[in-house]
Design a protein around this ligand. Structure first.
Ligand code: ZN
Length: 389
């Protein structure tokens, strides 16, 4: 049992200054102003020194990190998960890019085997399956050999129960309508991406049940005032949230600001789309079937195509503040409650009694000081990779 005291609690109803929050096992037990919430005598007390206590971050698109690529080696999911709390991430969707059926099945088995003994870290909530039903004209760093037309039989078993939480597909392709129906019926979130969809095709796909857009502006035609296309449809549709990669390279900061103004904190989720080099030094790494060259800021195929990022989610949050002028509290939903609502999850991404004790203590500038995953105190600044005492 832990008790945070002297924290600014970031709750759905606003910030509670001088707050106290008590955890019991993996849940938040009580929270409120200091005067209203007694600190249990058996609790280990953490003095927040006035800093923000926010919900743990949720990442919807992560290809790997720390030298590991999930598509190249799906067994690495748990090893990467163990290191994510250093960036404030407490749950995430491991992303498997376009690959053969064997690789995807391997990843699903790795998830279903469950956490290894003694595992501590961020929780994989199910896979983000990005491909294979993509438009070859917007393949990005996906292997065209595995890109196929939408096939409802292939998607028939994909569900949160089998380990698939979100699927990115190109909605304009023949057969996509049927696949969207199958996936929605199975409880899978369907996202439009790697697509040439026109504005009209996109709006129709939203009425078919697409509720998310994968990395807005990337791997889709540019925003054009005469042919508005998928990007404009995603910016405009209130029923659809979008992911955006705010690393300053995938999308110009001005366009991130435009997306922020159009979507607001409830329609915008920050994603890293990070690959194996996240948390590592420049060099050569894998992304799916390809070798990727990584410098100080970007990851690219030999022809210059961007191949994921090396962004971390805490840096994404600070970049959003920088690009838009939003305060930390204004920007936080983009990595907490909004990704939770995209997934339809009520017990993560929020600070309230009974929710999961996934928490991040942040300084005023958005730097991670401490992360708790499921009531387990995991990371404190200055002690990278060491369990907190
Ligand atoms: Zn992509």
């Amino acid at each position: 049992m832990y008790a945070f005291k002297d924290v600014a609690l970031v709750t759905p109803g606003g910030v509670i200054e001088n707050g106290v929050l008590v955890t019991e096992e993996d849940r938040i037990r009580a929270l409120g102003p200091e005067a209203d919430v007694p600190v249990p005598s058996q609790a280990q007390v953490i003095d927040g020194q006035g800093m923000y206590l926010a919900p743990g971050f949720i990442e919807l698109q992560l290809n790997g990190g720390f030298g590991e690529d999930f598509t190249d080696n799906p067994d690495s999911i748990w090893r990467v998960a163990a290191q994510l709390p250093r960036y404030g991430v407490t749950s995430f969707l491991p992303t498997i890019i376009t690959c053969g059926e064997d690789t995807l099945n391997h990843a699903l088995r790795a998830l279903r085997r469950g956490r290894p003994a003694d595992f501590r870290g961020a929780v994989p909530l199910g896979l983000h399956v990005e491909g294979p039903f993509l438009n070859p004209a917007k393949k990005g760093a996906h292997n065209p050999a595995y890109i196929t037309a939408p096939d409802a039989r292939r998607a028939a078993d994909w569900s949160p129960e089998t380990g698939v939480r979100l699927v990115t597909l190109a909605p304009e392709l023949p057969g996509a309508h049927e696949v969207i129906g199958v996936l929605r019926n199975n409880g899978v979130v369907v996202s439009a991406g790697h697509s040439m969809a026109t504005y009209e095709e996109a709006m129709e796909a939203f009425s078919d049940g697409i509720t998310y857009g994968t990395h807005l502006f990337n791997a889709q035609p540019p925003l054009d005032h005469r042919r508005p296309g998928l990007s404009a449809a995603l910016l405009r549709a209130r029923s659809v949230a979008v992911g955006i990669i705010p690393d300053g390279i995938h999308v110009h900061p001005a366009m991130v600001d435009l997306a922020w103004r159009a979507k607001g904190p409830r329609g915008l989720t920050l994603v890293t789309d990070a690959m194996a080099a996240m948390g590592m030094t420049p060099g050569e790494y894998r992304l799916g079937d390809f070798t990727v060259t990584v410098d100080e800021t970007s990851a690219r195929l030999a022809d210059g195509t961007l191949a994921g990022s090396i962004l971390t989610l805490d840096a994404a949050l600070r970049n959003l503040m920088d690009y838009t002028g939003a305060s930390l509290v204004e920007a936080l939903p983009c990595v907490t409650s909004t990704p939770a609502s995209v997934l339809g999850l009520a017990n993560v991404g929020v600070i309230r009694a009974g929710a999961k004790a996934d928490l991040v203590l942040l300084d005023q500038d958005g730097y991670v000081v401490l992360t708790m995953t499921g009531g387990d105190l995991f990371y404190q600044r200055g002690k990278l990779n060491e369990p907190a005492e």
